[in-house]
Design a protein. Structure first.
Length: 118
């Protein structure tokens, strides 16, 4: 299979982290502050030491803020689960970042609709 291993190792690990963090958030976190959150992306540094985990959070601004605080406080637990499940030599430090893409898409859609209506 040509090209099977042609992309960077960090890209493969990013995908693994995204899948695993999604599972952990859905099944393993019991913090009552955490509402409905979806992992939308992971940016991993080339040296694999740091990762930004982007999450889209549903709910009011207060619910979003509480969810982000809950997820941020759970990064130690999430890293421990990643170490247990992925068997990587080094588990990156995690930073939870809100992904505002859905809100931006909605805002752009409203603007486009308004332009079409005018």
């Amino acid at each position: 299979m040509p090209g099977r291993f042609s992309y960077k190792r960090s890209s493969r690990i990013q995908e693994l982290i995204l899948e695993e963090v999604s599972k952990i958030i859905q099944n393993g976190l019991k913090d009552p502050r955490i509402g409905f959150a979806t992992v939308t992306g992971v940016d991993l540094t080339d040296n694999l030491k740091h990762a930004k985990v982007y999450v889209s959070v549903m709910g009011s601004k207060v619910e979003q803020s509480d969810t982000l605080k809950g997820l941020s406080s759970a990064t130690g637990f999430i890293r421990a689960q990643l170490a247990k499940n992925l068997h990587l030599k080094y588990i990156p430090e995690l930073a939870i970042v809100q992904d505002n893409t859905p809100e931006e898409v909605e805002k752009i859609s409203r603007i486009i609709n308004q332009i079409h209506n005018d």
